[in-house]
Design a protein around this ligand. Structure first.
Ligand SMILES: NC(=O)c1ccc[n+]([C@@H]2O[C@H](COP(=O)([O-])OP(=O)(O)OC[C@H]3O[C@@H](n4cnc5c(N)ncnc54)[C@H](O)[C@@H]3O)[C@@H](O)[C@H]2O)c1
Length: 263
């Protein structure tokens, strides 16, 4: 009998991690490499040195032409793709959260430009990547797509926790994070019979720079496990979702939120 632990093995597999330089993304890249996978990070900036089984492509995923040109470069170097993970999202600034920026405007003053940018990274980018790489994924048995939503794609952001921090969770975020769920369930139901699985990671808030003490306290109070997530709290679940350990799982919202959505 084969050992169950071997199902988590990604040796011989190739993955694209979009947003692989971010908080969750960089942990995802490390985890997949640890499991033996060849990993291609698609992001606006690179945060890793040259390491084995890792490659970086600078691609702005908002523009379909960039994805087409990335695909050409990808195919020159790689013959196959087994895993596509979409983590990238727009937060007003790709590197860090800046309080009081236009991205955090209230709905009545919300700049169309910020709304469009949110949709264009969070949804268009995911759509372009999926559209141009799905046929490559379908060439292999047991290929996987993992898209990233949020607790705020399941329940509305709690406006009471932000105080006067200048930070909140704007309308476009909730809108796009809900849409990620619908998009992924479409993939699961339309491509399941072709052997492709598609699941949704639903993370809760991660403790990260820029958050005020007050905000953290408020967030923790509303979390049954009484803490925000650590950057690596999602890694084991991601490995499970993209490996053969989850072979009978598709179209699922995998919620990891310290209990936030359970009240
Ligand atoms: N951090 C959290 O607290 C939290 C909570 C719930 C859900 N999530 C979700 O998890 C995912 C990852 O979150 P994170 O906190 O790791 O994000 P992050 O901001 O740390 O990383 C996102 C990455 O996407 C990249 N990116 C942004 N715009 C891009 C573009 N146009 N083209 C290519 N790359 C682009 C950024 O450069 C960045 O490296 C997101 O989808 C987010 O909605 C995060």
């Amino acid at each position: 009998m084969s050992k169950i632990i071997n199902k988590f093995n990604l040796i011989g597999k190739t993955a694209i991690v979009v947003g692989g330089s971010g908080l969750i993304g960089s942990q995802t890249v490390d985890t997949l490499i640890d499991a033996g996978c060849e990993v291609i990070n698609v992001d606006l900036h690179n945060n890793k040195k040259k390491i084995k089984n890792y490659n970086f492509f600078k691609v702005n995923i908002q523009d379909e032409r960039n994805i087409i040109s990335f695909k050409k470069k990808f195919l020159k170097k790689y013959k196959k793709l087994n895993i596509l993970i979409n983590h990238a999202f727009y937060k007003g600034n790709p590197k860090k959260i800046i309080p009081n920026q236009k991205y955090f405007s209230s709905l009545d003053k919300y700049p169309s430009l910020e709304w469009n940018k949110t949709l264009s990274v969070n949804l268009n980018g995911m759509f372009f990547l999926t559209k141009h790489f799905i046929n490559l994924l379908l060439k292999n048995r047991n290929s996987v797509i993992l898209n990233t939503s949020s607790t705020y794609g399941k329940v509305a952001p709690n406006k009471n926790i932000y105080g006067n921090s200048g930070i909140n969770s704007p309308i476009g975020y909730a809108t796009t994070k809900s849409a990620v769920i619908g998009f992924t369930k479409y993939l699961a139901t339309h491509y399941g019979d072709k052997g492709l699985r598609a699941n949704i990671l639903v993370p809760g808030g991660i403790k990260s720079p820029g958050q005020s003490k007050k905000f953290r306290k408020n967030y923790e109070k509303l979390t049954p496990l009484k803490r925000m997530a650590n950057q690596n709290d999602y890694s084991a679940a991601i490995l499970y979702l993209v490996s053969d350990a989850s072979l009978y799982m598709t179209g699922t919202e995998f919620i990891i939120d310290g209990g936030w959505t359970s009240w």
